[in-house]
Design a protein around this ligand. Structure first.
Ligand code: ZN
Length: 133
């Protein structure tokens, strides 16, 4: 099952208040949405470049995965998200190929997308997200 495009690139940041104006200045593109995803203890901000987005991720809780990531690696690229027609089917196919999944079944992410993560242990160290509308 092939992805249709790169949906977004997730970047972990310490502060959206600081990062949003910085990216707006760099890209000359306005942030079009800020959304809290309670389930993942993050606040996200989106920029659209063609059909691909940049997703800035700010932790809202000291125990969140983004907080842990920031402690370990600092601000950096956090994940790469591929768009599929059906994220669940793509996750199943990946599992059949022997990849380790963090999410066997998709859950609701930002922008009401169905999202699921593959474990970086089985993806050359890159946290990969599969998503579909
Ligand atoms: Zn994402």
């Amino acid at each position: 099952m092939k992805p249709t495009h790169i949906e977004h690139l997730g970047i972990a940041v310490k502060s959206l208040d600081e990062s949003i104006p910085w990216f707006e200045n760099l890209l000359e593109i306005k942030c079009y949405a800020i959304e809290e995803v309670k389930d993942q203890k993050v606040r996200t901000a989106f920029f659209k470049i063609g059909q691909t987005k940049i997703e800035l991720l700010e932790s809202t809780d000291p125990e969140s995965p983004i907080e842990k990531f920031l402690e370990k690696k600092g601000e950096s690229i956090h994940h790469l998200a591929f768009a599929f027609d059906n994220a669940d089917q793509a996750l199943r196919t990946a599992e059949e190929k022997g990849l380790i999944l963090i999410d066997k079944v998709s859950r609701k992410g930002a922008e009401d997308m169905n999202i699921g993560f593959l474990h970086p242990k089985s993806t050359h160290g890159v946290l990969i997200e599969f998503c579909s509308k």
